[in-house]
Structures are given as structure tokens and as C-alpha cells.
Design a protein around this ligand. Structure first.
Ligand code: MG
Ligand code: MG
Length: 251
């Protein structure tokens, strides 16, 4: 397995790709409201990405028909945008998308509550985000990949939530999905040593109930097996020379 280490010039391109994506997410979050279809979200996402002279990297990726994955409630990830799928008050909606800027990819996901949601769901969304931050505290040069994975699991376990084990984070650069795979739970190995210039997409997918998931026969949609809601939080980060990682996909 070879993990790409980006040059200073490549890092600048990654930064630009990621900042644009952060702006796109900001706009999508503001636009989300009851009555929108998941296709409406997709049309807006594609327009915003292209307005910034980027290409939506999810569109046609292994045949995916949209520019953003819109996953509602028990849908964990990979929800296909549809005209018939309407977002309702009280839903939680995960938006996952990315851009290509001058050949460099970005990838980030957010989960939003639409209108009023239950305190239980607010907490699920918040702790999913917090588990990302627990993980990236360990995303320090000289540490090993499993330090990140273990930190995410250790953070989430006390809440009794389920960690999705079938899907992982990943390296990112000139490809959307590069090595290494980054599980949100401890591996039985140390994994690669983290080196400045590595860019990684860290993305906990956390279920209110058990971690088991089902992959549907549309070839994409992944839902929780127990039907309970799921949250997703992802950023593209950079391993730096001086300790703290840089989160590239936030403004
Ligand atoms: Mg993503
Ligand atoms: Mg990703």
C-alpha cells in the first residue's frame, strides 16, 4: 500500500479544492428546508460546485447519478437524489459531496436537523462531529493510523451508539479514494505512520442503535439494519509538520 505525500504546490491545490467545498456545504446547509426534494439539493450542489470552476467528483463516480449523497434518517450514506424524495420537518439529513479543482479532490459531509428535531437526534449529530475531533487530535506526524481509529471508537463507545464498520474514511488527493482505508474503530494493527503532507478524509458514520447496515439493491443506498437514525461527519485534513492537523474543508 502506498500513501501519497503531497508537495507544497499540491497542498495549495488541495486547500483551494477544500475551501470551495466548505463554501458549498455552507450554502447547502443554509438552503436545506422542509418540502425540498433530495434532487433539489443535488441541483443546487452541482450548480454551486460548477460556479466555482470545479467538477463534482461524486457525479458518475462508479455510476453514481448525483453530485451529492443525500441520506435521510436511517439512511447512513450514499442516498441517491430523487425528485420524489421530499425532506420533512424533523428529519436528519446527511449531505456528502466533493469537488475537483485542477485535478485535486476534496470530500466532506455534514448532518443537519431539519426544523425541530428531538434532543436525542441533536446529541447524535453533535457527538458524531465530536468523534471526528477526538480522532484528529491523534492525526499528528509520527503517530500511526490506528491512533486516529482508536480515538474515534473510544470517544463514541460510552454513548452506546453503533459505529458503522463496513465503510471507512480514506486517503484523498488526485483520486477521491486513495490508500489508506481509515476505519472508525480500532484495527488489530498500528497501520501506516503519519507523515506531513498526507491528506486524509476522516468520516465517522455513527448510528443511534446498532452499527449494522444494509446495502440496498439500487446499488448505493446504505441504511441501518435496525431502522434507527444515523449521522455522518467528514472533513479532509492535512498532516502538518508542527503537530496540529489542518482541517481543509472548514471555513
Ligand atoms: Mg464524503
Ligand atoms: Mg469520504
Amino acid at each position: 500500500m502506498s500513501v501519497s505525500v503531497k508537495s507544497a504546490k499540491e497542498i495549495e491545490l488541495m486547500r483551494t479544492s477544500c475551501k470551495i467545498l466548505a463554501e458549498v456545504h455552507e450554502e447547502l446547509g443554509k438552503a436545506l428546508r422542509p418540502g425540498m426534494s433530495t434532487l433539489d439539493v443535488d441541483i443546487l450542489a452541482e450548480r454551486l460546485i460548477r460556479e466555482h470552476d470545479c467538477i463534482p467528483n461524486f457525479l458518475h463516480y462508479n455510476g453514481f447519478p448525483g453530485s451529492v449523497c443525500v441520506s435521510i434518517n436511517d439512511e447512513v450514506v450514499h442516498g441517491i437524489p430523487k425528485k420524489s424524495r421530499i425532506i420533512k420537518e424533523g428529519d436528519i439529513v446527511s449531505l456528502d459531496c466533493g469537488c475537483i479543482y485542477k485535478g485535486y479532490h476534496s470530500d466532506a459531509a455534514r448532518t443537519y436537523g431539519v426544523g425541530e428535531i428531538s434532543p436525542e437526534l441533536e446529541k447524535l449529530i453533535e457527538e458524531t462531529k465530536n468523534s471526528f475531533y477526538a480522532g484528529i487530535k491523534k492525526a499528528v506526524a509520527g503517530n500511526h493510523l490506528n491512533d486516529i481509529c482508536t480515538a474515534i471508537e473510544d470517544y463514541i463507545t460510552p454513548f452506546g451508539y453503533g459505529i458503522v464498520r463496513e465503510l471507512t474514511g480514506h486517503g484523498i488527493g488526485t483520486c477521491l479514494h486513495e490508500d489508506p482505508a481509515i476505519p472508525n474503530f480500532a484495527m488489530n494493527k498500528k497501520g501506516i505512520r503519519l507523515v506531513p503532507g498526507m491528506t486524509l478524509a476522516i468520516e465517522p458514520m455513527i448510528n443511534l442503535g446498532r452499527g449494522d447496515v444494509i446495502f440496498h439493491d439500487d446499488g448505493w443506498t446504505c441504511t441501518t439494519e435496525d431502522g434507527l437514525p444515523s449521522a455522518h461527519y467528514e472533513n479532509t485534513i492535512l498532516i502538518t509538520e508542527d503537530g496540529e492537523p489542518e482541517i481543509l474543508t472548514i471555513l
